[in-house]
Design a protein around this ligand. Structure first.
Ligand code: GLC
Ligand code: CA
Length: 569
């Protein structure tokens, strides 16, 4: 006994910095599409409260709530007109307080979306800023004169397409917007603005939330020369020199509780910089990377061109950052979110989409080093949608992209095919709760059309079938949280194996005297693998039964296994 407890002490001593968020699983809710409690066709906070027991059953620890603040909803809430009010269609501040309270009762934490690169053009700050060049808040946004010929100050393009400058008649100047023209960028150079942001953040933390997902944060620093861009696409640049001063200050002044989870959406950060950005000493607890989810996007950022990626590209994207996280920082693990198409359509051949490949994908990312995020509907295998024409789409980015593709000479069919593949509406269709009308999401007509496969892909069916993807996710979560493998899954060293295989993705995780291997077949062909280790036991498989020999495995189509490696010889 003495020996055992000594060894346990030794083990936990080797795990430095055990923060709660390193052992948590997060579930992302896109409130507009989650559950509508009052029949107006729009998901709402009461709807989230009513589904907390479902999330508890799944076993998650944290909810990331996409924006619920007051907003004209040009970009579905990522355009905020009041940070300290709740959008009417989502409910009230009382509902928000109740949600925090009800979640807490079930041991679930809430993190909010923090959108502070920009506000809505209907935010009071912008209305004041716009009113007069001499207004004290003029400098809270980025205003510039046009060039001599009246054209915008420079050739920077916004993320959603077109110039990132919008002319304001009244004061004769342009303002900058990295996203839509209804999302003017805040001027982080101004200390009063920064302090107003920090104060708002502290106000939310005082309410009892447990952190933030920080939107588009690498955009906050602009090149101060505002020079013409010569990089071809001219899209406004991220992660500019000087950003670290803002981010350190944000952490120090706003993220005041020592114990919060902050996850940054941070495009443009190189692997070299990961340690500065993520981990207990970084600007944030963790950050979302994009390489592994944007594999299919044309290299120049031309979203409508298909880039033919292969499994080596996917594996490289994952293993480059995982290798970094072996030494420093922390990963945010995800395959889907509200900006990405569904993972089944992205990674699996269309004719093979179904529960087995879905479980394989889940396995592959859940055992990596970092905190897993599940996007609503992912746990029941929801898929992309193909609306018959652009009029059925809601996402402003998709609509812009469709028309710019037409301008570039694509046919309507080609443009629509690209939208089917990449539209953000793919993941925003209402959550499929059951097979009744409107998928049990609402009593009224939903704001966005339901995916027609709701009659068989839905929560009710998933809960009835012990073999469903839902229960597989539940199993994954419990392995992470309360199993003999919890520590090795959370803290073990990552190493990729079968690196050059175009069919297999595999890696090991090792901590002290435990080592596990994750092996997945990404193809619909069977294959036999010779391992250079012996399997001690199988922890998880996505098939009913397994054909196993000590150091040889036969993997069926999309089969994945997680096993313990025998370290005794
Ligand atoms: C982030 C959000 C996206 C939004 C954009 C502008 O990328 O995830 O949904 O459109 O920022 O706020
Ligand atoms: Ca509603």
């Amino acid at each position: 006994m003495v020996q055992l407890s000594e060894r346990m002490n030794e083990e936990s001593a080797t795990i430095k910095n055990r923060q709660w968020w390193k052992e948590a699983v997060v579930y992302q809710i896109y409130p507009k599409s989650f559950y509508d409690s009052n029949g107006d066709g729009i998901g709402d906070l009461t709807g989230v409260i009513q589904k907390l027991d479902y999330l508890k059953e799944l076993g998650i620890d944290v909810i990331w709530l996409s924006p619920v603040y007051q907003s004209p909803m040009d970009d579905n809430g990522y355009d905020i007109s009041d940070y300290q009010a709740i959008a009417e269609e989502f409910g009230s501040m009382e509902d928000m307080d109740l949600l925090i309270h009800e979640a807490k009762k079930r041991d679930i934490k809430i993190i909010m979306d923090l959108v502070v690169n920009h506000t809505s053009d209907e935010h009071e700050w912008f209305i004041e800023s716009k009113s007069d060049v001499k207004h004290p808040k003029r400098d809270w946004y980025i205003w510039r004169n046009g060039r001599k010929d009246g054209t915008p100050p420079n050739n920077w393009k916004s993320i959603f397409g077109g110039s990132c400058w919008e002319y304001d008649e009244q004061t004769g100047q342009y303002y900058l917007h990295a996203f839509s023209k209804k999302q003017p960028d805040l001027n982080w150079e101004n200390p009063d603005l920064r302090n107003a942001v920090y104060k708002m953040v502290r106000w939310w933390l005082d309410k009892g939330i447990s952190g933030f997902r920080v939107d588009a944060i690498t955009f906050i620093k602009k090149r101060q020369d505002f020079a013409h861009s010569h990089d071809g696409m001219n899209v406004i640049e991220t992660n500019q020199q000087g950003i670290h001063e803002f981010l350190s200050e944000l952490r120090k002044e706003a993220f005041t509780s020592p114990d919060i989870l902050t996850v940054a959406e941070a495009p443009g950060v190189s692997y070299k910089e990961l340690p500065i950005y993520a981990g207990e000493d970084g600007h944030f607890s963790m950050l979302f990377e994009f390489d592994h989810v944007d594999l299919d996007v044309g290299k120049e950022g031309k979203w409508y061109e298909t880039y033919n990626w292969n499994l080596l590209d996917f594996k490289k994207a994952i293993s480059d950052s995982q290798t970094f996280y072996n030494n420093t920082g922390w990963g945010a693990l995800y395959l889907e979110n509200h900006d990405q198409p569904r993972s089944l359509n992205k990674f699996i051949k269309p004719e093979d989409i179904g529960p087995i490949p879905a479980k394989m994908l889940a396995t592959v990312y859940f055992f990596l080093k970092g905190t897993p995020f599940i996007y609503q509907g992912q746990e029941i295998g929801m898929t992309n949608v193909e609306y018959p024409s652009i009029e059925h789409y809601n996402d402003l980015a998709s609509i812009d992209q469709y028309y710019s593709a037409l301008k570039e000479g694509f046919s309507k069919e080609e443009a629509l095919a690209a939208i089917w593949r990449r539209s953000r509406d793919n993941s925003r269709t209402p959550m499929q709760w059951n097979h009744s009308e409107y998928a049990g999401f609402s009593q009224g007509t939903p704001w966005l059309e339901i995916n027609s496969n709701y009659s068989f892909i839905n929560v009710e069916n998933a809960l009835k079938d012990r073999n469903s993807l839902f229960y597989f996710y539940k199993k994954l979560i419990s392995l992470r949280k309360s199993s003999p493998y919890s520590d090795v899954i959370a803290f073990g060293k990552y190493e990729d194996i079968f690196k050059d295989s175009l069919q297999i993705m595999a890696y090991t995780r090792e901590l002290n005297d435990k080592k596990i291997a994750v092996i997945a077949n990404f193809d619909n062909k069977e294959l036999t693998l010779n391992l250079d280790f012996n399997i001690k036991n199988v922890i998880l498989s996505n098939y009913d039964y397994l054909e196993l020999h000590l150091n040889q495995i036969k993997l069926r189509p999309y089969e994945s296994i997680v096993c313990e490696v025998d370290l005794s010889f």
